[in-house]
Design a protein around this ligand. Structure first.
Ligand SMILES: [Zn+2]
Length: 225
């Protein structure tokens, strides 16, 4: 999970659909706008190009039309994460990645060792219920809660571990002095892409850079401010 900037103003059709008896919040360009704003990634697990897309109501609407058609309440999530979030009512209170006041990476630490069958380690940096709830949800998302979800979580972790391994190779290559200067510059641009919000599982890669002084010195310009 990383911070996302939601585009404004809200799609016009939402107000129109809200006034109808059976209006749909997935009107006109709502889905396209969400896909672009969330970089085609699930806002919770950060898997990119998900095949089971859910438009999630961050605050469950329970028939409340204001919440149902509120542009700021619509999130782009995977079926796996949306279902996991629905399992516990504590998850109605989690950090909002589109709220600039909720600086996700200052509140949560993300780690996974890039080896087969490793579990993701998500930890709270502060002892506050909203942060603890978010951490509990992310732990369940990556590491599974039921038998079925454990398999889904393992599939996400497999992609996550591949991404971290690729990132590690790029970092090693960057510091390999047999590469020529122009090659090093190319590698640096690829590292920049891997740290961008558009990339998959960015939170984990940012934490790697933040916690290593040499990497931080070299790549701090590519981290979100
Ligand atoms: Zn997800």
């Amino acid at each position: 999970m990383i911070n996302i900037v939601r585009s404004q103003p809200e799609p016009k059709c939402l107000e129109i659909e809200k006034s109808k008896k059976d209006g749909s919040y997935a009107c006109d360009d709502v889905e396209l706008r969400l896909k672009n704003d969330f970089h085609n990634k699930c806002y919770l697990c950060e898997e990119k190009g998900i095949s089971t897309i859910n438009i999630e109501h961050f605050k469950p609407h329970k028939g409340n039309k204001d919440l149902k058609f509120d542009w700021n309440n619509l999130f782009w999530s995977s079926g796996h994460c949306n279902n996991t979030k629905l399992a516990k009512k504590e998850f109605d209170l989690i950090l909002n990645c589109t709220d600039p006041k909720h600086k996700i990476l200052e509140m949560i630490r993300f780690e996974i060792k890039p080896f087969p069958f490793e579990e993701a380690k998500i930890t709270a940096r502060f002892d506050e219920p909203i942060i603890q709830n978010t951490v509990m949800l992310l732990q369940m998302i990556y590491n599974g809660s039921t038998n079925h979800k454990e398999i889904e979580g393992a599939n996400i972790r497999q992609k996550l571990i591949e991404e971290i391994r690729d990132f590690g190779v790029l970092l090693s290559d960057y510091f390999d002095d047999t590469y020529l200067e122009y090659e090093k510059n190319e590698i640096k641009q690829r590292i920049r892409r891997k740290l961008s919000p558009q990339s998959a599982f960015t939170a984990f890669k940012i934490c790697i850079v933040q916690e290593n002084n040499t990497l931080l010195k070299e790549f701090s310009q590519f981290l979100p401010q």
